[in-house]
Design a protein around this ligand. Structure first.
Ligand SMILES: [Fe+2]
Length: 185
């Protein structure tokens, strides 16, 4: 959600309590060499990242459906490439949260609460391709900022798989932001 001055709220809680074994379960406690507190911080960052990435995915798919004008064909195809790539990546993020021992957010209510990207509904009524491209440019950059923050948290805890995942997502979203911005220059 967009942060507004008038509607300040406490930081969203991203992750649910660690998935501890049910009573009577024979599952061993998680012991992958990262302290529980660090795993929680990383899972929290990844949950914010997942919410941002999902919101951007949906927005990109929306614009694939609703874009109009002389740029229709180019943008319709470009947005399709982007949302397909983004959709595939969501699964990797959610499963990394699970591997760290926490539940991944998976509802629109949670994503709305955790995302830093505004939904800005109603744009499809006034389908203006330039505004769509502008929103996707800033949306991709918002995803980059969340990835960068999560990468630092993971790096400090020696969580190389999450560092690698965030690095890959940064490469994609930074390149996408550049390509989208180029359309407006
Ligand atoms: Fe389609």
């Amino acid at each position: 959600m967009a942060k507004t001055k008038s509607a300040k709220k406490a930081p969203a809680k991203a992750v649910k309590p660690a998935a501890s074994p049910a009573p009577g379960s024979s599952a061993p406690a998680i012991d992958i060499g990262i302290a529980t507190g660090d795993r929680k911080k990383i899972a929290d960052g990844l949950s914010h990242f997942l919410a941002d990435a999902y919101t951007l995915y949906l927005k990109t798919h929306n614009f694939h459906w609703n874009v109009t004008g002389p740029m229709f064909n180019a943008l319709h195809v470009m947005f399709e490439d982007q949302y397909n790539e983004q959709w595939t990546a969501l699964d990797e993020i959610a499963e990394r949260i699970r591997a760290l021992g926490f539940n991944a957010p998976g509802s629109y209510a949670e994503f709305t609460r955790l995302s830093s990207i505004a939904e800005e509904p109603g744009l499809s009524d006034a389908a203006d391709w330039r505004e769509m491209v502008r929103q996707l440019t800033v949306g991709n950059e918002a995803v980059c900022r969340t990835a960068r923050k999560t990468l630092k948290t993971a790096e400090a805890a020696g969580d190389d798989p999450t560092v690698d995942l965030m690095t890959q997502r940064l490469q994609v979203h930074e390149k996408t932001a550049w390509m989208l911005r180029s359309l407006l220059q």
